[in-house]
Write a protein that binds this ligand. Structure first.
Ligand code: ATP
Length: 331
C-alpha cells in the first residue's frame, strides 16, 4: 500500500471489538480511518466512548486490533513500534508521579531510565514553562502543572510526534489556554501533535486539523475551517418589522425560511443584498442581515448525533452506525 510521504500517522479500516465480562461483544472501532500529516496540531474529537482511547492504545501497541492497517512515521504499526518508539512521545494513560519528588527530580529519574542526556531535563522544563517551579514537590503542583510535567516527560527524548489523550481534561479555561499555547509552541518547534478530546472548544482553540469519530467510525476530517464550511448552509439571520410578510416574500422567492420570535432564518442565500433589495422594494427595511456561520459544536452535534433526547442518556454502544461524511478534504 502506498501512503503519502507526509503522513505521520495513517490508520485505515481499524476494527476492535472487546469481549465483555458477560460474554457479550462491544464494538469500539468499526472500520476507523485517520490521517495525520507532518506539522499538524491534529484534534481527535469524539463523544465519550466513541473509540478515541482505543484508537490511540491500538496505535501504540497497547491493544491488539482485530483488523486494519496502521503506520507511524512511515513505518507499520504495531510491528515497527520498537524502531519508531524513540521518535514518538505519548501520554495515553494519566501518568502517576511520585508527589514527594520535585518536578526536576522526576524528570531526572525518567531521563536516566530512558537513557536521555541529563541536559534535556532543563530544556524540557523550559519548553513547558515549568523551569521556575521545577524545585517544588509535584504534590504541590496544580493539575495544569502536572499535565505540563507529563508533556515534559514525553518531550525528553525529543520526539517528532507527540500523542496526548485528553491533555486538557479537568483544566480550567486558563489551563486550557496555556495548554493551547504549549501545543502551538511545540508545533512551531516542528513537532506533529495529535490531541484527543471530547471538548469542542478545546479542539477549536488548540488544533488546526480535526478528525471526528462517532461510534468507532470517522465522520469528518480536514482543516477545522474546511470541516466547518462543509456545514455552511448559507443561512442568514434577518430582522425586519413585519416578519410574517417578509417570510411570505422570501418563501415565494423559493428560499427556505424559518420564523423565530424576533427574526427569520433564511437558508440557501447566495447574495444577501438580494434579500434587502426584495424586502426594501416592498417597503420593508431590514435592520439586521447577519450570516450564520457554523461552529464546531453544532457540526459535532450533527455528526455525532444519532443523539437521543435530553432525558435519555446517549447509548454509546448502539448498533446503528451513522454513514461517514466525506468532506473531500483529506484522503
Ligand atoms: N478494555 C475494554 N473492555 C471492554 N470494553 C472496552 C474496553 N476499552 C474500551 N471499551 C469500550 O469501547 C468503547 C470505546 O471506548 P474508548 O475508551 O475508546 O472511548 P473514548 O472515545 O476514549 O471515550 P472517553 O472520551 O470517555 O475516554 C466504549 O464502549 C468502551 O466501553
Amino acid at each position: 500500500m502506498v501512503w503519502p510521504m507526509t503522513a505521520v500517522i495513517q490508520i485505515e479500516g481499524l476494527r476492535k471489538t472487546f469481549r465483555t465480562f458477560r460474554g457479550g461483544a462491544r464494538v469500539a472501532l468499526n472500520g476507523f480511518d485517520m490521517t495525520v500529516e507532518a506539522g499538524q496540531v491534529h484534534g481527535f474529537l469524539g463523544p465519550n466512548g466513541s473509540g478515541k482511547t482505543t484508537t490511540l492504545r491500538t496505535l501504540l501497541g497497547l491493544v491488539r486490533a482485530d483488523d486494519g492497517h496502521m503506520s507511524i512515521l512511515g513505518q507499520r504499526a504495531p510491528e515497527a513500534l520498537p524502531a519508531v518508539a524513540p521518535r514518538v512521545g505519548a501520554i495515553v494513560e494519566s501518568p502517576q508521579f511520585f508527589g514527594n519528588f520535585t518536578g526536576r527530580r522526576t524528570l531526572q529519574l525518567l531521563a536516566r531510565a530512558g537513557g536521555v542526556p541529563a541536559e534535556r531535563v532543563d530544556a524540557v522544563l523550559a519548553q513547558v514553562g515549568l523551569r521556575d517551579r521545577a524545585g517544588e514537590r509535584v504534590k504541590a503542583y496544580s493539575l495544569g502543572m502536572k499535565q505540563r510535567l507529563a508533556v515534559a516527560s514525553a518531550l525528553l527524548k525529543q520526539p517528532e510526534l507527540l500523542i496526548l489523550d485528553e491533555p486538557a481534561n479537568g483544566l480550567d479555561p486558563a489551563g486550557i489556554r496555556e495548554m493551547r499555547d504549549l501545543m502551538r509552541e511545540l508545533s512551531a518547534a516542528g513537532i506533529t501533535v495529535l490531541v484527543s478530546s471530547h471538548i469542542l472548544a478545546e479542539i477549536q482553540l488548540i488544533c488546526d486539523h480535526v478528525t471526528i469519530i462517532s461510534r468507532g467510525q470517522r465522520v469528518a476530517t480536514g482543516p477545522v475551517a474546511a470541516v466547518l464550511s462543509g456545514f455552511d448552509k448559507g443561512e442568514y439571520r434577518v430582522r425586519v418589522g413585519d416578519l410574517d410578510r417578509a417570510a411570505g416574500v422570501l418563501t415565494t422567492a423559493g428560499l427556505p425560511v424559518t420564523r423565530n420570535d424576533d427574526h427569520l432564518v433564511v437558508a440557501d442565500v447566495a447574495d444577501s443584498a438580494w434579500i434587502s433589495e426584495q424586502l426594501g422594494q416592498r417597503g420593508m427595511w431590514v435592520t439586521e442581515l447577519t450570516p450564520i456561520t457554523p461552529d464546531l459544536e453544532s457540526v459535532f452535534l450533527q455528526l455525532t448525533a444519532a443523539a437521543p433526547g435530553p432525558s435519555v442518556p446517549r447509548q454509546v454502544d448502539d448498533v446503528v452506525q451513522p454513514g461517514p461524511i466525506d468532506l473531500g478534504v483529506q484522503p
